[in-house]
Design a protein around this ligand. Sequence first.
Ligand SMILES: Cc1cc2nc3c(=O)[nH]c(=O)nc-3n(C[C@H](O)[C@H](O)[C@H](O)COP(=O)(O)O)c2cc1C
Length: 185
Amino acid sequence: MIIAGLSGSLRRGSFNTALLAAAAEQAPEGVTVRQLTIADIPVYDADLEAADFPAAVTALKDAIAEADALLLVSPEYNNSIPGAFKNAIDWASRPPADAARVFSGKPTGLIGASPGNFGTTLGQAAWLPVLRTLGCDFWTAGRLIVPQAGKAFDADGKLADEKVASRLQSYMQGFAAFVRARTSA
Ligand SMILES: Cc1cc2nc3c(=O)[nH]c(=O)nc-3n(C[C@H](O)[C@H](O)[C@H](O)COP(=O)(O)O)c2cc1C
């Protein structure tokens, strides 16, 4: 089983990119998490889409389409989705005729980390209408938020909190079982 994992942060010391790396480590046997980035995705511009569709967007779309599932690892900005992450997903939904190949029926998980006390709860809620619109098969049975991320990760970005690691492992097991049931991957 291949899970396309996408961090929504560009920051070198990103807690969410670190959480994605930890999710890849915690993935059950037979499950590979491909760690993808939004780093090369330009700001959406319909003129750019029409004239010169960005290669980085095509690569992101293909990586999601080829995977059995999608795992979004999203920071929370102003109680919502960070603009850069929404921008990348907006690009990946273009052109509309190709959006179903990428997103429709795609088993999708969503996790996130924040230095605050609420661990991206509201940011995750903000993703729901987007995932609904894209037709993703969102896994609702599990939820993972990582509050106070500065304490959960060490200086090297390794997940150091055993309780969080255990919750992440449970999330990945549950999500993989969901993906397997949906795709027989
Ligand atoms: C514009 C902006 C808005 C933010 N709003 C929130 C917020 O609403 N809730 C929250 O928990 N953290 C908020 N933060 C703090 C982020 O959670 C923090 O910067 C976090 O480290 C970002 O994720 P990253 O470490 O993966 O880059 C905000 C940060 C920025 C730059």
